[in-house]
Design a protein around this ligand. Structure first.
Ligand SMILES: [Ca+2]
Length: 226
């Protein structure tokens, strides 16, 4: 039986997608701050995480707080803006960079984070932006951070948007805070965890892809001649 050419093309395409696309979900990078470090405590194979640093709006470099979930956490000081737009203009953020090693592609699914207000004068709102659009839009925000004293509360940010899939190179995330009433307000942040997958095409799969492309081209040529 003769299989129509378009069906052959579809079958070829589907089989190569399966070969090239396998990658399991992992923790890409996790920041627990428990070892007096501003860097990640865990990273996936093929992934690097920078130290956490602060924007120019903070009153000091980000400091580690003795209170964490468990201790320690990172506590930027000087989150004194009163709106999201003001916080962006004032550079009231901490930032970190996630990088895929050469040859790897990076896909995000979500970000988990624990937040706690240090006291009743702490920032009440948190939001996140990234370098992928030059920090122009807010990916997600949290506006219901519990009043201190309270336990850390856990939140999950969705990063499954197509813009955060199959990236090579690096992405920097900025984590902002605002809405405080104190003079030098902070917001404790802990267990900053990026989930997703890191994949590298295996040499055999790459070779198969080239063969597949050649086969598809041959089929198209044959179809064009008939
Ligand atoms: Ca911690």
């Amino acid at each position: 039986m003769k299989i129509p050419t378009m069906k052959k093309l579809l079958l070829l395409s589907a089989s190569f997608c399966v070969i090239a696309g396998s990658a399991s979900a992992v923790i890409l990078a996790e920041y627990t701050f428990d070892a007096d470090s501003y860097g990640p405590s865990t990273t996936a194979t093929g992934i690097e995480g920078s130290n956490v640093t602060g924007g120019s709006g903070l009153s000091t470099s980000p400091v580690l707080s003795g209170t964490g979930n468990p201790a320690k956490s990172i506590a930027p000081q000087g989150l004194s803006s009163t709106s999201e737009a003001d916080a962006v203009a004032a550079n009231d953020y901490i930032e970190l960079k996630i990088t895929a090693d050469s040859g790897y592609t990076l896909s995000f699914t979500s970000l988990d984070i624990d937040l706690q207000r240090s006291n009743d004068q702490s920032a009440t709102n948190w939001f996140i932006r990234s370098s992928l659009d030059s920090y122009a839009s807010t990916i997600d925000s949290i506006t219901s951070i519990a009043t201190s004293p309270s336990a850390f509360a856990s939140y999950t940010i969705d990063l499954s948007d197509a813009a955060y899939q199959n990236l090579s190179g690096e992405v920097t995330f900025r984590l902002y805070g605002y809405g405080a009433v104190g003079e030098n307000p902070s917001l404790r942040q802990d267990n900053i965890t990026f989930n997703g997958s890191a994949a590298i095409p295996e040499p055999s799969s790459t070779a198969t892809l080239f063969l597949g492309a050649a086969a598809v081209t041959a089929l198209l040529r044959r179809k064009a001649r008939s």
